[in-house]
Each structure stands twice: as structure tokens, then as C-alpha cells.
Design a protein around this ligand. Sequence first.
Ligand SMILES: [Zn+2]
Length: 408
Amino acid sequence: MVGKLCSKVFGLAFLLLVPGAAGLAQELAIEDAAVYASPEAPLHKHMTIVIHNGVIADAGEHVRIPKGIQRISCQECVVLAGFWNAHVHFMEPKWNDAAHLPAERLTRQLGEMLTHSGFTTVVDTGSDVENTVALRKRIERGEVYGPRIFTAGIPLYPVHALPFYLADVPTEVKAKLGQPETAADAKALVDKNHVAGADILKLFTGSIVRPNQVVPMQVEIARAAAEEEHKNGGLVFSHSSNMEGTKVAIDAGVDVLAHTPEFADEIDRAVLQRMVTQQMTIVPTLKLFSQDSDIAKIRGLDYQFRHLGGRLVYGTDTGFLADYDQSEEFRQLMAAGFTFRDVLDMLTTAPAALFHLSQREGKVMPGMRGDLTILSEDPASGRPEAFTHVLYTIRGGTVIWQADRTTK
Ligand SMILES: [Zn+2]
């Protein structure tokens, strides 16, 4: 079915993507498409969307399209607000020297890792801050096509307790990793990261130093770091690793757990309720745990947390996971009992709310950013894979990725 739809779509309109082309178009019309304006809205057919200066200027059945702007005729498209992935990493060696790599190569790598899945915004929860900021600058200049990037820069770890899986990291990189010994050290490291361009903070409130041993961060240090980040206007993400690390995160005022707690047996309703009361958010990253024997319990925690009133935002640890395919994450979320509307919320409105951006993004309506993810299949089908059948990824009215008709 998808093949048939795609050939129809591509028979009508085709835009040329030229990496390195000067400037971003930001003017675009999508004609005669089916649209979910928000996760709660019904599917509206025969809609035309006009994006002007990167913002949705008009959306409706009878909309005048300004002369001379790019058009995508989209009878078989399902248009959604741009997807977020709130847990990725730009730490694979292929991103090194992002300031000087050829633009075409960076565009291709971003396509393979992120934009082919419809991501218009990603949250990097730990990488070399200078390098990621250099990558972001080239995207923002329009030299490279890619998503908006929020970055945590360099995470903070408990002192003398780097995770065992960083054993192979080169010594000079290890030397950059923050391991504050005091609250004052922690504040200084947070400020240094912020000045370098980090938007959020990532704390390892529990660090897995050996496969069965977790060292927690001292709560005073975690709290000082979190307070400093909040003063700088950023959110605090944590990797907790066990119950003790989760308690440190809760006590320190962390905003987001970067993973579902995978030690599902230790987490009871009272802990989840406390997290809900503190308005904490969880990033499920269920694909990461999909081979665990207790995956059903882990995804059950996400379901319970959301039904207690907790916020979940979509994220997968892509970039730590070298397999970039998103299908398994969608399968796990639906196996947990979430509807396609719940999942759409996690991809759009929930992360926009987390980042205090709900006034300007997360929905497809006038006044919102022209960030759109266009699928060839309506996710109301209940098929998790529908979310992965991306035709166009559009950021601020610019097509930053589109499906290759030769591969469909
Ligand atoms: Zn991660």
C-alpha cells in the first residue's frame, strides 16, 4: 500500500534538495493534504497549509497560495507537527570536526540518523559541546540541512566514577568529562558548559561503574548543579541507573529522567507519584531495553506514570544506539498500551510543553512554526510502523529531508 501511495505522491510534485544551497526557503505551500492539527484533533482532509517566513500563515480548505512559492501537492499525505527526539547523541566519530566536514556529508549523516525519521528537533543529551555547537551553527546558517539541536554538552558524573562503557574513550576526551568534587565545582562546570553553548544539563545521578555496580552522585552536588542550570534557564536531565540514583535525581530537582527506570521491580507507585507531583518527565527509550527479560514491566512503568498524570516525551538514545531505525520504539510504545494519539503527543505537544514552547510549536495551525512531519500512512491504522513512513521532513518551511522515490 505504501509503495502505491508514494508513487502517486511523487508523481505530482518533487522538490530538489541541494545541500549547500544559499539560505533557507521558508516559504512553502502543502496542498490538499490530510492533517492532524494536534494529537486530539480529528483528521482533516483537503487542507492546504501555507508557510511564510518559517511560520504557518494559513491552514484550511480554501486557502490562497501566494504566487511563486514552492508547492507540494500532497493528496496522499498525512501532515503532523514536526517530531522531536528528546534523547540522541552526536558522539560517534563520524561527527568529529563538524566545523570542517563537507556540508553534503553532514546533511547525508543527519538524514541517515535523524531527518529520515521526521525529526525536526532533537535533544542531544551528551557530546563534545564545541563540536555539536559547530554542527548546529552550520545547520542554522542553512549550509547543512538538519534538525534544530538542543544540546546538554558535556555531562557531569559522580567523582571518580565514569561509566564502565566509556572505558574505550580516548584519555583526552575523558579529561573533559566533568566529575565535580564539590558543589562549587559543579556550579563552575555547569556555567562553563552553558557559556560553550549548552542548552540543558545532563547529570549521571547514578553511574554504572561495573555491570552490577552503580555509584550515585552526592545529592548536594547534584542539587547545586541543578539549581545553577535552572538559574541559567535550562532543563536538567538525568541518567539514574538504579533506585538510589533516581532518589538523588528526585531530591536534586531534576526535570527529566533520560530513560525509563529499567529496575522496574524497585520502583513503586509512591515513587512514580512523587515524580508526577514534582512535574518530572520521562523519556522512555524502550528500544534500548527491548532485549531485557523484563521489558514488559519496564514499559508498564511508562504506562502507569502517564496515567498518574506524568509527562512522557519521545526519545530513543539514537547515536548511542548505532541502529537508527525507530520502528522498535513505536512497537514498544504501542505494546505498552499507548494509542497513536498518545504517541503523537510524545512526539510533538509534550516536548514543546517541556521546553516551554507550546505557544509557538507542537501543532499545525496559524502562528505555529512551520515544522512538519509528513507521513504516507495514517497512524490511526494502529500500525506502529506508520510513524516511520516519512515522506517529507520540513523545518521552518524548508524541506530538510524527503523520501527518495527510487527507493519506494
Ligand atoms: Zn544516552
